[in-house]
Design a protein around this ligand. Structure first.
Ligand code: GLP
Length: 249
């Protein structure tokens, strides 16, 4: 595992965006696994900037988003569909048919999960997976559990996740209780993973995920078994790792 320590959020965003742009330029047919949340917002800004200034071409790129809330239509501003289109897809030349996001408003959620998993397989898996980390240690919406959920599935969100994500909603009771998330198998099968983290509130969970026990109660800990993980994080998010390990030079 490679850890890149950056002093601030802008630098972290630029560094991670450079890794993704390089992937797109070197391998224009790549399948990108994409994440939502506050942390990647700067990355999408830098990717759009490089697209506009350097003509980074996304016309053959496919994308697979990690997750979507159940019950939110794509025109709801809190849906991850809306997030992805307004913060990224509307500004680069990825063909619409190459964009994949779970559909959170289907009647038959189980069939949607099966369809999504099949779609990832048809695409040949994910070449580069961008991941944030939740305060519960979740990746995508794979919440702490008794075992690692392998396939795309519907998950009941932890109260802590609902509270954390409530800032995007008018009140916590508007946060959906369920979401569809890609499972651990597709994430772990990605050829390359870029894990991003910013802010002192992530320092404990980041340490536990990367240097603690590998356990489904900290889903991100499974990343310790992945052969190609690059962590791009701000210094405040890396405080505990710096204090307790010698992993950062
Ligand atoms: C969200 C998303 C995750 C994301 C995580 C961290 O709820 N489902 O994919 O990585 O939680 O979010 P943030 O970047 O806002 O801390």
């Amino acid at each position: 595992m490679k850890i890149i320590a950056i002093s601030d959020y802008e630098g972290m965003s630029r560094e991670a965006a450079n890794i993704i742009s390089t992937q797109v330029m070197q391998f224009p047919n790549s399948v990108l696994g994409l994440a939502t949340g506050r942390t990647p917002l700067g990355i999408y800004r830098y990717l759009i900037d490089r697209y506009q200034r350097e003509n980074v071409d996304y016309s053959k790129i496919s994308t697979v988003n990690l997750d979507e809330y159940c019950g939110l239509p794509s025109n709801n501003e809190q849906s991850y569909h809306y997030y992805m289109y307004s913060n990224f897809f509307d500004h680069v030349n990825i063909p619409k048919e190459n964009i994949n996001i779970p559909n959170g408003i289907v009647e038959d959620v189980d069939s949607e999960c099966i369809r999504y998993e099949k779609r990832i397989t048809e695409l040949g898996g994910i070449d580069l997976q961008l991941l944030g980390i939740g305060n519960t240690g979740h990746i995508g919406f794979n919440e702490p559990d008794e075992s690692f959920a392998k396939a795309t599935h519907c998950v009941k969100l932890k109260q802590k996740t609902i509270e954390t994500n409530a800032i995007f909603f008018k009140s916590p009771d508007q946060v959906p209780k369920y979401a569809i998330t890609v499972g651990i198998r597709a994430i772990m099968s990605a050829k390359k993973i870029v894990l991003i983290a910013s802010g002192s509130e992530k320092t404990e969970i980041l340490y536990r995920a990367l240097f603690g026990l590998v356990t489904p109660s900290v889903p991100a800990s499974i990343l310790q078994f992945h052969p190609d993980v690059t962590v791009v994080a701000t210094e405040d998010a890396l405080t505990q790792i710096r204090q307790k390990t010698d992993a950062i030079l």
